[in-house]
Design a protein around this ligand. Structure first.
Ligand SMILES: [Zn+2]
Ligand SMILES: [Zn+2]
Ligand SMILES: [Zn+2]
Length: 94
């Protein structure tokens, strides 16, 4: 199965080192996810506020990648598919 979104994605540097919204409100998170549409860093669905998913739904950016050290996977919300991390993304991950 192929994801057409990933084929047209372009590199964006992470906009923050932690969840953007959680940092603003002083909240904590469990894991971090990087939006491949704009470089937004948000917290995962196990975190209290689920900012990565909320960002994807609100802004309409379908792709995230894990922003956890050493983790290498991406996810498409539209295709609901786990994806391999493209080589151009490597330098932006932790
Ligand atoms: Zn897709
Ligand atoms: Zn958050
Ligand atoms: Zn985004």
């Amino acid at each position: 199965m192929t994801c057409e979104h990933l084929a047209v994605a372009e590199p964006h540097s992470p906009r923050s080192r932690g969840c953007e919204e959680c940092l603003k409100i002083g909240s904590g998170w469990v894991h971090l996810r990087l939006c491949l549409g704009c470089g937004h860093v948000g917290c995962c669905d196990s975190s209290p506020h689920r900012h990565a998913t909320r960002h994807a739904r609100a802004i309409g950016h379908p792709l995230i990648a894990s922003f956890e050290p050493g983790e290498r996977w991406a996810w498409c919300y539209v295709d609901e598919a786990m994806l391999d991390v493209p080589r151009w993304l490597e330098p932006h991950l932790r």
